[in-house]
Unconditional design. Sequence first.
Length: 307
Amino acid sequence: MGDLLTQWLSNLTDTQKNLLHTVDFILVLILTYMVLMIIGERRTLWMVRGFILLMLATAISTLINLTLLSFVLNKLVIGSAVAMAVILQSEFRRFLEQLGQGQIIDLFLPPSEPPPKAESVIDEIVDAVKDLSQNRTGALLILETTGPIDERDFSVPGVRLNAEVSKELLQTIFQTSTLLHDGAVWIRMSRIIAAGVILPLSDRTASRKLGTRHRAAMGITDRVENCLCVVVSEETGSISLAEGGLLNRPLTSSKLKELLEAKFSQSVEREAVAPDLRNLGRQINSQGAAMVARLLRLPSSDSQKKK
């Protein structure tokens, strides 16, 4: 069987070989598209993209005969594939289940539940902060902006929750009777990633009226650019917003909402993977068709119109 396949490949013309390579490339793109469609978390998407780049580097090093580099990269790809299979076991389970049930078309479709709007997430946060402020319940929320925060920037990562942002949950976490009320709540888009997060304190000189929560908000926003911190004072109930190591205070709930909307109005929608992938798919489809047409030397629709 192997000899027949080798003989068949050796008999292919250059055009047929180019066409075969094109089909191979398109199939890899389709597989990549299906994997990305079942993954929604931004940091996980970055991990998948890094894995794809690693595979491309392996293919290129093999193509130009960099033997040692190709060997090392190939081992890295295998190790990364095993690690991703463990980390993304629920996504891979769904992927394999749909393949086994013959639901291949469903893999190309976006999730039936649309992503939450930025306005609804902000409303939940602002409503919770407003009630906490009125009750003089101390609170500290760290919100990611343009990218994920590395856990190593925290003093203590806290307790993982991975729950939807809601007014009720935020108010419950910061009740003094709970074990997580002393730390910060870490929010990524519409998800509460963790609670009880301990943040590094700022080294800047600040007013003596500012407590540990305010100094922690100044410290993390000074160290990490892609985040904001909302602080509710336990003593006065005043609301503050920290960015770039500086505090904007005191704020009303309406002013806080205005500032957050200005920062996050488009960020949640930008995280919707499916529309971007559909646009990419259209571009790949049109460019791939043109490439195949050139390889087969078929006249394009424009040339046919001219004739």
